[in-house]
Design a protein around this ligand. Sequence first.
Ligand code: SAH
Length: 224
Amino acid sequence: MSSLPPDLEARYAERARMVDEQLAGRGIAAPSVLDAMKQVPREWFMSAEAADRAYLDGAQPIDCEQTISQPYMVARMTELLQLRPTDRVLEIGTGSGYQTAVLATIAKAVYTVEWHQRLINQAAARLEALGLRNIEYHCGDGSLGWPEQAPFDAIIATAGAPDIPNAYREQLGPRGRLVIPIGPLADQRLVVLKRGDEGFHETEVLKCRFVKLRGAHGWRDEDD
Ligand code: SAH
């Protein structure tokens, strides 16, 4: 990671074009999401050598054999969370911290949980350098959520689980929204779960492919 402060202007034109073509051009409509993704420099969350690939239309490798999600997927998942500026959000799978930055730009507070200490340390340094201070970090098993900080207005998992972990239902506040990839890796679906006055309502949105959610309510190593 570079020790220089982020240069927000350097790739502004590339970023604006990504937002127009890959996001707005494919139906992302929420102004808060489009604005946030025009602001957050994706290259800042990648290695210096990978910076030229920051605005390509795909996921990219990061440390610890994980990936930074495709910009469209970050936008779509964020839009599905229907965030308001007063919302408290739980994010499972900090990874590079890019999705965290987008959430923290829109919502009041983000609670992010990552399995790998190395990734969360790197992400925290990057997010702090961008001036984002409304984020709490926890290294551990995010398949359990973060009970001490619950309830949340929104929960987003950026790693795929076998099924919806019960902890997420329990930690979702009134009218809360959860977005998560579930199912076997070869047949993963992005699912939205909403807590309504009369219980939960689940919708399947699209087919997808995310890395595995580990831990107690995720995949076991022997599932590899
Ligand atoms: N939103 C991230 C995507 C990271 S990939 C980005 O755009 O960069 C998913 C991340 O989930 C990986 O960093 C992986 O280490 C993490 N992960 C997997 N299982 C986890 C668990 N049980 N708890 C917390 N993080 C987990």
